[in-house]
Design a protein around this ligand. Sequence first.
Ligand SMILES: [Zn+2]
Length: 123
Amino acid sequence: MRHCCQFCADDIYYLNDTENYSSRKLYIGFCPICGKPVAEIVQWRFDGICERSAQAGIRANDLMFKCKDEIAYSLKELNYSKFKSKPFGWKFGINKEVKSAGKNRVKQYACDFYGNKELIKSY
Ligand SMILES: [Zn+2]
């Protein structure tokens, strides 16, 4: 992948086929020079055209969120399936409010795109 320089993807997400596209892959990495996250989607259109589009920074995040429901599995997931119960890869945080003993408590989780989550803290 490319941003300020050429570098290797940190992880590759394999996406489910859609009506018009197949062999869809999402490459995720961090630019070694400026440190920005970079996401590049590569997919083959039904008529044999290869389409790629790369985004950096906050737009890489947006692209990732757009694709998150289409992820079939990732390269890291294949290689490190033994860590399956813990969030890995691209993580995001969610807060959950729960009622406990009449008080509202907030539980903070780190989540990944495979449904794994880990409690970080509650208060
Ligand atoms: Zn850069």
